[in-house]
Write a protein that binds this ligand. Structure first.
Ligand code: COA
Length: 182
């Protein structure tokens, strides 16, 4: 996707992390170094378990990123297949211009197109980001959410949100992410 506006060239690309060249690896490290997620110091899913990346370049610089993965979680007593949205970021000097929303929307499109078994797109975030994701179609989950850490099973202290793919309703019951958080 290419967007041209006032001498700015914005491109949005979708890459597999395993196919990253040095350009993408270095650009993502540079972008990541500018962003503070402010989340608890959990052990998060590793980069290789976060395969699909949406990269937003502005005039050749990487200024936005979001990723999607697939995971079978448990809700109540049943398994529930979801896409997981992670590492949503916009470089601090370009925030408020819609780039964060663009990478989230593109990541959702990728999940819908490539993850046919996924019923929802699930993310975890700070309270301060809830309104951002609500505007993009996500709803907060009220049920307790548990996840794995190297020292055992833990209760998530931050917000979990889900956006349906199609018309799926969120099932009732406690949530278990079945692995490290993303
Ligand atoms: C969250 C984050 C990705 C948002 O990126 P962004 O590019 O600023 O996002 P957008 O511009 O699409 O929307 C952000 C805000 O700008 C507003 N906005 C959107 N388009 C706009 C425009 N053209 N002009 C002015 N404001 C605009 C939105 O309404 C939104 O308002 P809010 O601050 O009340 O939520 C960014 O703040 C970030 O990287 N934060 C740190 C990392 C992080 O916490 N990521 C979330 C992990 S779950």
């Amino acid at each position: 996707m290419l967007i041209k506006k006032e001498n700015q060239v914005v491109t949005i690309e979708v890459h597999q992390f395993c196919d990253f060249t040095t350009r993408e690896t270095d650009a993502l490290a540079a972008l990541r170094s500018t962003v503070d997620f402010g989340v608890p110091p959990y052990v998060w899913a590793s980069p290789v378990d976060r395969p699909t990346r949406v990269l937003l370049w502005k005039n050749g610089e990487l200024v936005g990123h979001a990723g999607v993965l697939e995971r079978t979680i448990r809700v109540g007593t049943d398994e529930h297949h979801v896409a997981g949205l992670y590492s949503v970021m916009a470089r601090p000097d370009v925030r408020g211009l819609g780039y964060g929303s663009m990478v989230v929307r593109r990541a959702a499109e990728v999940a819908e197109a490539t993850m046919p078994d996924a019923r929802h797109i699930v993310l975890v975030c700070l309270e301060s980001k809830v309104s951002f994701y609500e505007r993009l179609g996500w709803n907060r989950l009220d049920a307790p959410v548990r996840f794995d850490q190297p020292d055992g099973h833990r209760l998530l202290e931050i917000v979990t949100m889900a956006r349906p793919i199609g018309s799926a309703a969120w099932p009732s019951g406690d949530v278990d992410l079945h692995g490290l958080p993303w």
